[in-house]
Ligand binder design. Sequence first.
Ligand code: ZN
Length: 113
Amino acid sequence: MRVTINRNFCGHTPSACESCFGEFLRHGAIPDRGCITDAVDDQKPELTVTIFSGKYSTTLTIPPQDFEKVMYDGWMKYADLPVEAYDMVRPPGRDVRQMLIDQKRWPPGLTRR
Ligand SMILES: [Zn+2]
């Protein structure tokens, strides 16, 4: 499965995003939070996680035998991101809407005011 975590949507502390992803690993359902923006079943046993945080991004490949480890340790320990990547603030709503439009995830039929 391929998962995208875009912390630029939620702006939460990294531990909140780790907790969110831990819930995803535990239950297989995407929590109702802003940062897990995509999950696609690519029929592979490993989990490929692309993380965007500020202007930084990285990709983690997690084999099934490591799911539990990442679930409890959190992904920060394994992500190759500099400390500055975690120093961000929650974006204003207009920026989030623009990011959604840029990702073509804006629901059809809705327009910005
Ligand atoms: Zn988050």
